[in-house]
Design a protein around this ligand. Structure first.
Ligand code: FES
Ligand code: FES
Length: 183
């Protein structure tokens, strides 16, 4: 079995011909990782090429984090790693070893929705449920960085998240509402 640090040093671990510093090919190898997701530790062996979004969905069983594209452009897979929004399709599971992840399932406090979830509900900012988890996670991160954004700030801050049915207007209203601004 490989060590996590061996894999993290490889420049292109998604290619089976990638090798470690010791010339060892990654093909058919696994790495043991341990990741905390919504307060629960998930440990296990993964292939070096396993994307974090697949680890979250298939190993942790948290399917609120969606895969909406194969070009890292839709944002449906957005989660928080150590408090920062990240598109989990752009990261390998091994890169998350030892880190803390929050997904949409971990945002509410028991029955109490997160204020951003409340705002999305109150402003009718959700339609399909496919883009919404990523939108909410990106919006929470946006307000963490800028608690008092303008409408332009919100539109710019969410440009990495796509809604195929173009429901952006109410999404922007929801974020401004959660920030305490106009609806
Ligand atoms: S699935 Fe990650 S950006 Fe589309
Ligand atoms: S509400 Fe999800 S794609 Fe538009």
């Amino acid at each position: 079995m490989l060590r996590v640090e061996d894999v993290q040093r490889c420049s292109s671990v998604q290619e089976s011909r990638a090798t470690t510093d010791y010339g060892e090919t990654l093909e058919g190898k696994t790495v043991e990782i341990s990741v905390e997701v919504n307060g629960t530790t998930h440990s296990g062996d993964v292939e070096p090429r396993t994307l974090l979004v697949h680890f979250i969905r298939d190993r942790a069983g948290l399917t609120g984090t969606n895969v909406g594209c194969d070009t890292s452009s839709c944002g449906a897979c957005t989660i928080h790693i150590d408090g920062e929004a990240v598109k989990s399709c752009t990261m390998l599971a091994v890169q998350a070893d030892g880190r803390e992840i929050t997904t949409i399932e971990g945002l509410a406090d028991g029955e109490q929705l997160h204020p951003m979830q409340e705002a999305f509900m109150n402003c009718h900012a959700l339609q399909c449920g496919f883009c919404t988890p990523g939108m909410v996670m990106a919006s929470v991160s946006l307000l963490d960085e800028n608690p008092n954004p303008s409408e332009a700030d919100v539109r710019t801050g969410l440009e990495g998240n796509l809604c195929r049915c173009t429901g952006y207007h109410n999404i922007v209203k929801a974020v401004l509402s959660a920030a305490g601004g106009e609806q």
